[in-house]
Design a protein around this ligand. Structure first.
Ligand code: ME8
Length: 647
């Protein structure tokens, strides 16, 4: 008997410090799509997700909410599980770090490290970023703040246990160099080697004494285990690491550990070193994907700028949200989430391409054949051939991209088939064929081919959008457990049985009105009257267009004349704490460089950079100009901090 191939995939375990946002959902939706794809293509899959419930950050949040930590996390974890249900996340296990099965193992791991001399006791004097739960040296800070999240760090001084990271650094460098798949995408590898490993890896502090919400160090109860050592271990404790006959033996090492690039250092330096110390194999791939950004920067739970995925899924369907997340951003890169991009994707790819294909085809099947699938008898040897060969190639193309974690490319590949099918309708114009009964054979063939192509599309679509294919199969009269929903049914063209009954259902994705959606979703923000929004006004821009301009308060920190340019000054500004820009401004005849320093001016911060007289300009200062030529820079009416938004 052929051995069943296994596949183990994990997501980060999320902090239940607040409700999750669409950025966190992004990682989990991607992991779910990959897991489902592997299941569909015959693998035995284990998909793990969960929550990271200990640590100072959670303890503080619970205190702020006036709740015991356990009560606080229980509520959020329940919400997270509902979210995953709503987004059709089909995990095999959900680990909570407050469960005994995890805590006991972590305590054992810590003791083993101590006994084998990897851990020693000392004192930690240094900086700590609580939101990131990360230690930093003075040298690593950026402008005194956390280099990862930019927030303030705290000075802590406490007795602590340390892990001898340095003992393993060279082995890790060798492993990374010898295993190009270990850190993906490849661009992230050099960052880790050059920024953290080559400069010399410092020993890592692995316990805390100034709070108690954590797993106690078994042999020294004043200490709780550092939350990252606790959390990273989840990937093996959940499999029953250390227990004979557990699924650990089947599934470890993980095939893919999916994380956001923000926590790459923990997963590609500390985690593999802990595994080396345990004498265990390292995961095959740690994939650090990019961030989902808002126009104003990274979305995050603690910034309060997060978009609630449940609101989006309720309004637009979980399939639409999944599709958008998987398709819009090449996996690995950063991408912008905006309602406009989301609605446009729904309208073009889902309503126009896929929805129309299904509704047009089924309408014609009903109109011309009373919904009874005709036999394909008249092949044109041309468009039929093209459609068929594309359909037969698509499964393996999608499989290759998915196994390379290029999910957006995989979907683009599938959409080639959807678009080709729509083109096939336009080429064959069934409505013309239907005018002459002599063409009935050809008309039947066209309808048959379209239905079969839709079936191919639905089978391949299942891992990415679990609900839509169900509705398509129903319209095609294919029953739930039928082989015709399986991957093997794509080996051959022509599995649909002539004579079977198809029937048109509701539209899969009705078209949305972009302006109306923006208006309704932003109902709490002031918007113009309905009449004003819908009428055409020449020369006027919409609120949406205006909001594309990112206006900020910026502080001038330097200014100088540009040689041989009488009208221009080179002005340096800072937006917020550390976003420095230089701009070339045509104000030299109106201001002396020195009088600009310290001014808080209005600034367009998202202009494409240009060079003016060879000098780079990264934005624009706003100024008022009178008819008589006088000019004044625009400032704010009260003292406002640099970086404030202007809208
Ligand atoms: O870091 N865009 O948990 P966390 C894309 N508990 N992905 C995003 C994102 C964004 N804007 N914001 C967050 C932790 N993510 C630790 C992990 S693992 C042993 C412990 C995703 O709740 C991304 O995958 O802060 C990121 O790594 C994860 O959420 C962080 O979630």
């Amino acid at each position: 008997m052929a051995e069943v191939k296994t596949f183990y995939i994990t997501t980060p375990i999320y902090y239940p410090s607040n409700k999750l946002h669409v950025g966190n959902s992004y990682t989990t939706v991607a992991a779910d799509a990959i897991a489902r794809f592997k299941r569909l293509t015959g693998y035995r899959v284990w998909f793990l997700t969960g929550t990271d419930e200990h640590g100072q950050k959670i303890q503080r949040q619970a205190e702020a909410a006036g709740k015991a930590p356990r009560v606080f996390v229980d509520e959020i974890v329940a919400w997270i599980k509902e979210l995953w249900d709503e987004l059709d996340i089909e995990y095999d296990d959900f680990i909570r770090t407050t469960e005994d099965r995890h805590k006991d193992k972590v305590a054992q791991i810590f003791t083993a490290f101590h006994e084998q001399g990897d851990i020693y006791k000392g004192r930690y004097e240094g900086r700590y970023c609580t939101p990131c739960e990360a230690y930093w040296t003075e040298r690593q800070l950026v402008d005194g703040n956390c280099p990862d999240c930019g927030r303030e760090v705290e000075l802590i001084s406490e007795e602590a246990y340390f892990f001898r990271m340095s003992n393993y650094a060279q082995r890790l460098i060798d492993h990374i160099e010898a295993n190009p798949d270990f850190i993906q995408p490849p661009s992230r590898k050099n960052e880790m080697i050059n920024n953290f490993l080559k400069p010399g890896l410092e020993d890592l502090c692995v316990s805390r004494t100034s709070f108690d919400w954590g797993i106690p160090v078994p042999f020294d109860q004043d200490h709780v285990i550092y939350v990252w050592l606790d959390a990273l271990s989840n990937y093996i404790t959940a499999l029953g690491y250390g227990e004979e006959g557990s699924i650990y033996e089947t599934f470890w090492p993980a095939d893919v550990q999916l994380i956001g690039k923000d926590i790459l250092r923990f997963h590609t330096i500390y985690w593999p070193i802990f595994l080396m110390a345990l004498n265990q194999p390292l995961p095959k791939t740690v994939f650090g994907h990019g961030w989902l950004m808002l126009q104003e920067g990274k979305m995050s739970k603690s910034k309060g700028n997060a978009i609630d995925p449940r609101v989006l899924a309720d309004r637009y369907s979980s399939d639409a949200l999944r599709y958008f997340l998987l398709r819009e951003i090449p996996f690995g890169q950063d991408g912008i989430f905006s309602l406009e991009n989301f609605i446009n994707r729904i309208n073009t790819d889902l309503a126009n391409d896929l929805g129309n294909l299904v509704s047009r085809t089924l309408t014609m099947a009903e109109r011309y054949f009373d919904g009874v699938l005709p036999e394909p008898t008249v092949d044109d040897g041309n468009t039929d051939q093209e459609l068929r060969s594309l359909a037969l190639e698509t499964p393996s193309n999608v499989e290759v991209y998915t196994s390379q974690l290029k999910i957006s490319d995989a979907l683009a590949e599938l959409w080639k088939l959807v678009k080709r099918s729509n083109k096939y309708i336009d080429e064959n114009t069934p409505w013309d064929l239907a005018k002459d009964p002599a063409n009935v054979g050809r008309l039947g063939t066209v309808i048959y081919n379209l239905i079969e192509s839709i079936r191919f599309t639905a089978v391949i679509l299942q891992p990415f959008m679990p609900r839509t294919p169900k509705s398509i199969f129903e319209q095609l009269g294919i029953e739930a457990e039928s082989d015709m929903q399986g991957w093997a049914s794509l080996k051959r063209w022509g599995m649909m049985k002539p004579g079977s009954v198809v029937s048109r259902g509701d539209d899969l994705f009705p078209r949305l009105n972009l302006q109306a959606e923006i208006r309704e979703m932003q109902a709490d923000k002031p918007v113009a009257d309905d009449a004003d929004q819908t009428e055409e006004h020449e020369g006027l821009i919409s609120l949406d267009q205006f909001q594309q301009v990112d206006l900020r308060v910026a502080e001038v920190i330097a200014a100088e004349k540009i040689p041989k340019a009488d009208k221009l000054l080179k002005v340096e500004v800072v937006i917020g704490d550390n976003d420095r820009r230089q701009v070339v401004a045509g104000i030299a005849e109106h201001y002396q460089p020195d009088e600009l320093i310290g001014k808080h001016v209005l600034f367009v911060s998202n202009l494409k950079p240009v060079k003016l007289r060879g000098v780079l300009s990264q934005g624009m200062l706003l100024a008022a100009t009178a008819n008589d030529g006088r000019l004044a820079l625009t400032t704010v009416d009260r003292d406002m901090p640099s970086g404030s938004r202007v809208s």
